[in-house]
Design a protein around this ligand. Structure first.
Ligand SMILES: Cc1cc2nc3c(=O)[nH]c(=O)nc-3n(C[C@H](O)[C@H](O)[C@H](O)COP(=O)(O)O)c2cc1C
Length: 189
């Protein structure tokens, strides 16, 4: 019997009706039984300030850091803001990256990007991927999930209605699970 993998879903949008958060929910709901997806909450993370950090690391940052350490893998969903990842996501990454030992290092991870535009947030996705290189995460290369025209693929309650998108998301979760198990097996050798 295989052990259950714990994946931490991190959405780069704080919006109640966020398509990125809705996409993470779809990933959770379409994950196989040996993968459990939980969610990070970036809403209470203040803007990064080195002086603030030297005094006291905020509780929301400590919590996120612990969740990342405990997770077998990370699944990001980021909107594209001005051709980049959202400030909310970058700010959270900046905070956690200053913790020691650096919590992202060696962590398997995958990215989804979701946008109402026709390009599906592709530029944000590559922006995040670049930061992941520096942070030494093991980023899954494929499948690439870039969800374009998001407003046409979800209903008013944020439920995914597009079957093709559901299949892409499920494939990504499966691939991230396999990638994580492969890396974990390599570590044990
Ligand atoms: C400040 C800002 C900048 C944006 N810039 C882009 C952009 O560069 N490219 C794009 O495709 N969409 C852009 N958008 C649209 C967002 O990608 C879109 O609103 C998306 O649905 C946000 O994700 P969410 O639904 O998870 O909140 C921008 C939105 C905001 C608020």
């Amino acid at each position: 019997m295989t052990n259950t993998l714990k994946i931490l879903g991190i959405s780069g949008s704080l919006r109640q009706d966020s398509y990125n958060t809705a996409t993470l929910r779809a990933a959770r709901d379409n994950a196989p039984s040996d993968i459990r997806i939980e969610f990070a909450d970036l809403a209470k993370i203040p803007l990064y300030d080195q002086d603030h950090r030297d005094e006291n690391v905020p509780a929301a940052v400590t919590k996120l850091t612990e969740q990342i350490r405990e997770a077998d893998a990370l699944l990001f969903a980021t909107p594209e803001y001005n051709y980049s990842m959202s400030g909310v996501l970058k700010n959270a990454i900046d905070w956690v990256s200053r913790e020691q030992p650096q919590p992202f290092a060696g962590k398997p991870a995958a990215i989804m990007s979701v946008s109402m535009s026709l390009l599906g947030g592709v530029r944000a996705q590559y922006d995040l991927r670049r930061a992941m290189v520096f942070l030494d995460m093991h980023c899954l290369n494929k499948p690439e999930v870039m969800i374009a025209s998001a407003h046409e693929r979800f209903d008013a309650e944020g439920r995914l209605t597009d079957e093709t998108t559901r299949e892409f998301i499920a494939q990504l979760v499966m691939a991230l699970g396999a990638w994580t198990r492969q890396l974990q097996a390599g570590e044990k050798r």
